[in-house]
Design a protein around this ligand. Structure first.
Ligand SMILES: [Zn+2]
Length: 253
């Protein structure tokens, strides 16, 4: 089956995503950092937008919305609890809801912001996690606590291992450099560095790694492991304490 997910580079290091339905010539958009590259991607395949899903209220995830809706007046979906900070919503959902005729499960994903959500499409083995769980890392804690983000990531960790994680930014290289300090699987680290070198040379996106592969290198999925606790300078500490310390060090990295 040809892959229906398109990854679009926006702004300096953001990603937006289209899920294409080739039968109807329509696409679902996840986040709208800026209009022009998304409009180009739609034009390239003669697609129209059928829905726009928003992960959180930050400007670099919503700023392209107005121009996109002028071209394609598709309904906008967002978290009801964050409606006051999001652009006007046509469909306000709550985390735990199923939307788009059952195709998408909305997962609560607080940490980066309190109202942050992720979109899981089980039939596509795809999780759109924006600035929560990211490729080889996790997002900055602007509003939530380490406990919030650790719980968010634990919810994702229960998804099937083949689930692909599509995050909202291209931070993969910086995240991998940081992850290398916390006892990642050495072979997975080496393989992933080679892959990032290849992607950088070809200009291809770095996101879309599987949950299984993230479990080998992403420190925030490995806080229960003794070697990670040790590398964080907290042998015998709880996974949450290890998580908190690793995230704190990233802020100061
Ligand atoms: Zn953000």
């Amino acid at each position: 089956m040809p892959d229906t997910i398109r990854i679009i580079h926006c702004l300096k290091d953001n990603y937006a995503f289209l899920i294409v339905n080739p039968d109807t010539g329509t696409a679902i958009l996840i986040d709208a950092p800026e209009a022009a590259p998304i409009l180009d991607a739609l034009k390239r395949e003669s697609l129209t937008l059928s829905a726009i899903l928003l992960t959180h209220h930050h400007w670099d995830h919503v700023d392209g919305l107005e121009a996109l809706r002028k071209a394609y007046p598709a309904p906008v979906y967002g978290n009801k609890a964050d409606a006051a900070r999001l652009p006007a919503l046509d469909h306000a959902f709550a985390p735990g809801d199923t939307i788009l005729d059952g195709a998408c499960h909305v997962m609560d994903a607080p940490g980066h912001t309190i109202g942050h959500v992720a979109f899981h499409f089980p039939a596509l083995d795809a999780l759109f996690s924006a600035d929560s769980l990211m490729t080889h890392g996790c997002g900055r804690l602007f509003e939530g606590s380490p406990q919030d983000m650790a719980a968010t990531i634990a919810r994702f960790d229960a998804l099937p291992p083949e689930t692909r994680i599509f995050s909202g930014h291209d931070y993969a290289q910086a995240n991998l450099d940081f992850a290398a300090r916390f006892a990642p699987d050495p072979e997975a680290l080496k393989a992933r560095q080679e892959e990032l070198d290849r992607l950088a040379a070809s200009g291809e996106p770095t996101t879309g790694t599987t949950l299984a592969s993230e479990r080998l290198v992403n420190p925030y999925l490995r806080t229960h492991l003794p070697q990670v606790a040790e590398a964080a300078g907290l042998p015998d500490a709880s996974p949450l304490a290890v998580f908190t310390e690793i995230r704190r060090r990233k802020d100061n990295a």
